[in-house]
Design a protein around this ligand. Structure first.
Ligand code: SIN
Length: 497
């Protein structure tokens, strides 16, 4: 089968550089076809867009072996040379922005504007990490022994295997592999089966940038077969994962046998707190930005909008205007604000949460139903709910869909109690103009990231990650680079004084 036979014409026709479309895994600098193939679909219309090879356990073993071989030389390459190669990759990504965004929208569904934003977000991690890799520094210390000196080194941890999600098929790869490569690690990426094409396009550009064979590998296929190879291999020193908390726990258990480092970015249940002194227009804009970005399919999406009763009605009115104005549609159509959900099971899961909220007495103010028949793909209407109880499923589980639900809570103490009453601790948002509240609330919230009058918490320069069951470790900024290093202490004795 040629590549053209494995990819739908509709996707091929959209691209200026058709060689970005790869359908085999990328191992040791070469394309590796699999034992069997699986279909990738466009969630906007359910059409099959590609048939991708599944390399299975054998391919995963080969990728780990290639990464282990490559580590022996890559760790010795100067950070300046590593940065130069990363910057070539960065340049190629920017030059191919439109094509990468078209691939992303086709396989994942988000709008073209969101897809372009994601490619730029993802490229930012490469640029930042390339620079930061030059500044990995140790310290000199004074040991408590005579005639001695001591210093610390940060050395690359080794081969890193990362399992990446479908909601950000580009940026969640670069957010992991750019700091890892900059620090001198080599990588095996296992992309989500829903969105392998973005990962393979990144591999094609890494190859063109001259990143040496074996340094960056992408293995596609069945997670049940590939995952245990990655977590079980003694050559893999670290497992990175973005995805659900249950899968994160499973990977952590599997990694425990080899005492591997884990970096886990898991589920969330973000409170979006609107205090009675807030700028309500800014707060309503913030809810829309946080809640409806990628149709609510981000782990930092506002999940519970907690408003003080004095402003709750006014906030709901402003939210209704904004939610009514949102237009769901195919991500390629001009004017579409929201793409589809990733697949029909996601539509059913979100709808079950909404129906159960309605059954328990909540009011549906906007939306509240699938748009599968109307729009032809995995679409769900932008939805606004109020009057539900904070212990209903909609408030306790991560919605991962375009559903905003408002809860009224009076006192600051009860707001904090409710916000923290969840096993999750990823992102929280506060809208207030009172500086005392800013400090009190941001310190009291058990979350890894707090947006104050700000609906976006992720960036290449800041630490992204969660507390409690939302994960371990931080991605982004200098912390994201340090995660991929081992701290070594060296003591030198017997110095003639
Ligand atoms: C995610 O949903 O996993 C990432 C969201 C972000 O980086 O903003």
């Amino acid at each position: 089968m040629t590549i053209a036979e494995r990819i739908s014409d509709s996707l091929i026709d959209r691209l200026s550089d058709k060689t970005l479309l790869q359908t085999d895994s990328f191992v040791d600098g070469a394309w590796m076809s699999g034992e069997r193939r699986f279909d990738v679909s466009n969630p906007a219309d359910n059409s099959v867009i590609a048939s991708v090879g599944d390399v299975g356990e054998a391919g995963a073993h080969q990728a780990v072996a290639a990464a282990a071989r490559a580590f022996e030389t890559w760790k010795k390459v100067s950070p300046f040379q590593r940065a130069a190669l990363l910057m070539k990759w960065h340049k190629l990504i920017l030059e191919n922005l439109d094509d990468l965004a078209a691939i992303l929208t086709t396989e994942m569904g988000k709008t073209l504007t969101e897809a372009k934003g994601e490619i730029l977000y993802g490229a930012g991690f490469i640029e930042w990490s390339a620079e930061e890799g030059k500044r990995i520094m140790g310290e000199t210390l004074t040991p408590p022994f005579p005639n001695s000196r001591g210093w610390t080194l940060h050395q690359p941890i080794g081969v890193v295997a990362c399992i990446t999600p479908w909601n950000f098929p580009n940026a969640m790869i670069t957010r992991k592999c750019a700091p890892a490569l900059a620090a001198g690690c080599t990588m095996v990426i296992k992309p989500a089966p829903e969105t392998p094409l973005s990962a393979l396009a990144l591999a094609e550009l890494a190859k063109r940038a001259g990143i040496p064979d074996g340094v960056f590998n992408v293995v596609c296929g069945d997670a049940q077969k590939i995952g245990p190879v990655l977590t079980g291999s003694s050559e893999v020193r670290m497992i990175g994962f973005t995805g659900s908390t249950p899968v994160g726990k499973l990977l952590m258990r599997q990694a425990a046998d080899g005492v591997k480092r884990v970096a886990l970015e898991l589920g969330g249940n973000a409170p979006f707190i609107v205090m009675d002194d807030a700028d309500l227009d800014a707060a309503a804009d913030g809810v829309v930005a946080s809640k409806f970005r990628v149709s609510g399919q981000t782990c930092v999406s506002a999940n519970r909008i907690i408003a003080q009763p004095a402003i709750a009605d006014a906030l709901i009115e402003k939210l209704k205007e904004r939610v009514d104005a949102l237009k769901p549609g195919n991500g390629f159509e001009a004017g579409s604000d929201l793409g589809p959900l990733i697949h029909h099971e996601a539509v059913e899961r979100v709808d079950a949460l909404v129906r159960s909220a309605r059954d328990s007495g909540a009011n549906i103010i906007a939306g509240g139903a699938p748009l599968v028949d109307e729009l032809g793909g995995a679409f769900y209407a932008p939805t606004l709910i109020e009057g539900g109880s904070p212990d209903m499923d909609l408030a306790c589980f991560e919605i991962f869909g375009p559903v905003a639900s408002v809860y009224r809570v009076e006192s600051e103490a009860d707001i904090v109690k409710l916000a923290n009453d969840t096993p999750y601790g990823l992102a929280a948002y506060i809208y207030t103009r009172d500086i005392n509240r800013v400090h009190r609330l941001s310190e009291a919230l058990e979350y890894g990231m707090v947006g104050v009058n700000a609906p976006m918490v992720g960036s290449f320069s800041s630490p992204f990650g969660g507390m409690k069951e939302s994960g371990i470790g931080r991605e982004g900024g200098k912390w994201g680079v340090e995660e991929f290093t081992e701290l070594k202490w060296v003591i030198l004795g017997g110095i003639d004084q």
